[in-house]
Design a protein around this ligand. Sequence first.
Ligand code: ADP
Ligand code: ZN
Ligand code: ZN
Length: 806
Amino acid sequence: MSNIAQVIVNIPTRSIDKPFSYLIPPHLQGVDVGWRVLVPFGNRKVEGFVIALAAERPEGLKTILDVLDTYAWFNTNMIETAKWLSTYYLCSLGEALRLFVPGQSGIRTQKAYKAPDEADFEQAAVILENKPVEYSTVLSYIYNQGSATLTELVKLSENTNTILKFFLQHKLIVHSDTVNKRGKSNTTTIVNLAVGREVAALTEQQLPKTCLAQRRLLHALIDNNELTTAQLRDLNITPSTIKKLASQGLITIRTTQVFRNSYDTLCKSATKITLTEEQEHALKAIIPLICAQAHKSFLLHGVTGSGKTQVYINAVAEARRLNRQAIVLVPEIALTSQIIARFQAAFGNDIVVMHSKLSVGERHDAWRRLQLGQAGIVIGARSALFAPVNNLGIIIIDEEHEFTYKQEESPRYHAREVALIRAKLAGAVVILGSATPAVETYYQALNGKHTLLPMRKRIDNVPMPAVTVVDMRQELAQRRRSVISPPLQEMLAETLANKEQAVILLNRRGYSTFVLCRECGHVLKCRHCDISLVYHTSGNTLRCHYCQERHSIPDTCPECGSRYIRYFGTGTQKVEESLNLLFPTAKIIRMDQDTTSRKMAHDKILSAFANGSYDILLGTQMVAKGHDISNVTAVGIISADTALNLPDFRAAEKTFALLTQAAGRAGRGAKAGRVVMQTYNPEHYAVQAGAAHNYQEFFESEITFRRQLNYPPFTHLLKITVQANDETIVHRNANLLASELAQILTGVDSSIVGPFPASINKIKDIFRVNILIKTTDLPNVTLKLTDVDIISRKDIIVDVDPINVL
Ligand code: ADP
Ligand code: ZN
Ligand code: ZN
């Protein structure tokens, strides 16, 4: 008989990476794989996840104390997904399973103390005789309360910890930690009539005139079948009134669970839409697979404004028709309120929206609704991928190329990869949608891993906006130094005169980390790696992050001899000032990190702009994304190429995606759109292809570059970051590790690059040095790393398929 449960304890540590066996006590028979339980661990009580049952000898085993739910939280494919995730991304199984639990840390235990069962008060008095008075204060508090938490006790004395230690040593107190189950649902009281309406009406009349509240309650119950806590509160009915009527047998009281629904749904009736030919074609490929319950992934490659959202909605509707559930991932909730609104218009209360602002309790409720099948669709950022849907039919990843899908803390997973695994285990369909797919994804599609579904035309055949590329080197040659070039100024003047709106993007990424010649646009690069050199303030040097070569900063441009070689960067505020000077009457709203730090500020700014309160929306990356505002006819891009100069092999990809997305905001309505791109690199393929709205052209140049220099998708990367609070030690450790790695990886197809200092080489006084492993045999490399137990080392971070390689 399997009376033993193998439990992974939910403790935020990487070093405990094996299940522990616990006895299932008779009163908890029925506990099975997937349950959350409370177990003793050391001298604590912690949450644990049952991952397997076993029939072992029970001798010497500790016993499960309690269950945390009355059902299994994890189904088998959730557990399998977690196992895959922990193997692939080199984290502990506990870390991976935690992703599936709302609030992740699960239950909290609070340190508490009580008197031992055989407490001897006289002896206590003897022991405390020569102790300061605070000792007796603390002890009598515990004895009087029966049990007291540490939080309470620290208020009694400054030496509480010392005092408690003393008490424990002398056995005057024992631990009695209390457990707070987190994320418990609210309950509501519901009151019903226990008698017929006539009887109730008669009773109401017979009640004395002074029993106003009782009469009010009866009256309300005659009109409504039942009343909830909130309604009772509105009627000003107190619990004692309810008790009085209940004791006379006139009403019944029951409590039920309510699940908070914090995202108010404004359910507009969905208008009937005639699909375009391309949408029709895409859905014809997708829907049969949903019906067949077969796993298949699609890359929906549709230009901006081609109607991808409608394809998602119809595919989800099909899954719902078959009573299967959907997970819809968006890059960032704050920037995607339009897509959420459209899903809500189509599905109303069948949706739960996962917000980072939800409390743990709200998150728990939302997930519980999905688990019970009370809701069919979850929409949210990458963490929504771990929602406990038991009947998964489809996963959608909108803007699949966005880097927010990669988690930058452990477990360092990429939502796209995990989605593909989860869907495969569940026999579900995946739709990856983008106008600018990640190079890796498009390459996989060309190789048959995903079915490619192109949508080349905008809705109603609206033309793509006309793009003018302005060569800023020419501007400088003409002695024009303004950040707003004449063509951009002209476009803005016309837009404002026509009462239309403009978006201005200032691409500030990579601000001042590279060195650029303003005369010829030349950027200093490494001779060996074709990657921009990074400026390091410490030592005032330029370094290559791929091969470690160092250079001093030249006084003149090595390409043209100009002395206008300097660090590059312009802030949004400066651009705003220039715009104010040029267009004193225009109303400008700025959206950047300064203006959006408040809750939902993005939304407010975007809707104020969308309803016409402003003429120009100016900002960083975030103005380029997601919105669909028909009166926006002009887009200006101040510095199209800043990202190109990052020492990052994805620099061109990032630039191309941003230019395409930004340009895609223009001319989505009836009026034609225009774009002005200012650049120092007009001949770069990312800029040219971006200006031509030509993904294929970009992809072909990019894939050639990746193949030549052996970057993904032709190899996997693993980034290993070594940390220490001393610069000498960090380098020594990194060098040691690099040679150790070289040794254990002999015979495995791989190469080691580095160690080199991280581009931010010190964070909070911790120095960081990176080592990159390139390999075509990732499973073998991870296996070797697991063998030497590299993941349990606290000073090392392993990032598999890193997005940030700096
Ligand atoms: P994308 O996500 O591909 O950029 P959207 O899904 O935002 O494009 O669609 C662009 C616009 O076209 C939206 O305003 C949408 O409501 C509208 N739209 C989508 N499909 C249709 C259709 N079949 N008929 C008419 N309008 C449509
Ligand atoms: Zn130059
Ligand atoms: Zn180099």
